[in-house]
Design a protein around this ligand. Sequence first.
Ligand SMILES: Cc1cc2nc3c(=O)[nH]c(=O)nc-3n(C[C@H](O)[C@H](O)[C@H](O)COP(=O)(O)OP(=O)(O)OC[C@H]3O[C@@H](n4cnc5c(N)ncnc54)[C@H](O)[C@@H]3O)c2cc1C
Length: 388
Amino acid sequence: MGLFQTEHENVLRTFYGPDHAAYESVLESLARFLGAEVEPMSPRFDEEGGGIAGVRKALFDQGLARIPFEAHGGISLPFGVYSLAMELVGSADAPTAMSIGVHNMVAEGVFRFGTTSQKESVFSDLISGRKLGAFSLTEPTSGSDAKSMSTTAIREGSGYALNGSKMFITNAGDADLYLVFAKTEKGHSAFLVDRSTPGLSAGADIPKLGMRGSRTSEVRFEDCHVPSESLLGEDGSGFEYAKSMLNGSRIIMGSICVGIALTAYRKALDYSKQRALFGQRLADLQLTREKIANMRTEITSGRLLCLYASRLKELGLDHASEAAQAKVLSTEMAARVCDQVIQVYGGYGYTDSDVHRHWRDARLLAIGEGTSEVLRMLIAGKEVSGQR
Ligand SMILES: Cc1cc2nc3c(=O)[nH]c(=O)nc-3n(C[C@H](O)[C@H](O)[C@H](O)COP(=O)(O)OP(=O)(O)OC[C@H]3O[C@@H](n4cnc5c(N)ncnc54)[C@H](O)[C@@H]3O)c2cc1C
């Protein structure tokens, strides 16, 4: 914890100058909570799955969903501090971090695009943790090509009837509120749908390689009637909202990966100091030192790019490309680092789930919220078209 604290202190000093001390105390208290309540549960979450229900209230009581928001109960800290907080959660338990990250993305959507009444009711329920959110964009036949979705929202009386199916939805089953993207006469729109709405049903949990502590399933809408007040923002603007929400969340998925990599790296570093071979510690062999240096350097670079993208977002500057860069770099970095961690542990790395689960967890994040391929297209598209 000592080294970790110094790292955060230095990062906060560099990015936030005189304000660093206040932010440090927020992160320290969060780190203490996570160390006591979440990290010890992490191997069990991986073995048993089942979602964050058991720790949900305690997590929200820590203010995790209030950090980046102003007004309506938010505590208005910079997005970069939120990004470091999510790095800490990712470091304690990646599936928990993913569940919270997705939930907070829904909250951000309501905060930025919702009506005053949606902010006063739905938003404050979300950031207090009274309600858990799910972001429902992907469908069985449309993931990267999300715009080709089939789910429809047809005007009926004073509301809409939703029909269709959403695939791989994080928090489904546990969620109280689904942010659902569907096609209307005006284009793509977003709707806030309560879990109790007749016609909405979540399927069984989908078994996964990693991130087993977060629930994932299909969500179906069969003549699911919602009132007009469920529409988020303007009819026809839903796809633009989704893209904008994903820009912020991609930074957070990158930060979670920095946290995953850091935890796995620390384990390997400790192990290499204990394991003796050829009459020396594994940590003293030159090829191990190369791995240690590479892992450390990559983790630092991922964190700094996430923080740079966060600062652009805080300042209201365009950050779509930097958020994509932060996610590509950090998610691929984490998978590489966690793979090297398995290598440092040798046979024990391949057989001990408490070592290989970090690689299994990290692997998802080069797929969810925009695959590495899609994000490379976004980054290169801006470069080639001269939009930067
Ligand atoms: C555990 C988990 C949790 C998830 N949580 C959510 C959630 O909460 N909400 C939600 O809406 N979605 C969620 N998703 C869905 C996720 O965002 C999609 O899986 C992802 O966007 C990719 O879509 P796809 O799986 O349909 O793959 P496809 O879009 O079919 O892609 C297949 C492959 O084609 C590649 N590809 C795409 N474009 C190109 C190109 N131009 N050239 C070459 N290759 C290309 C892709 O990168 C990928 O490698 C989750 C997924 C998982 C596995």
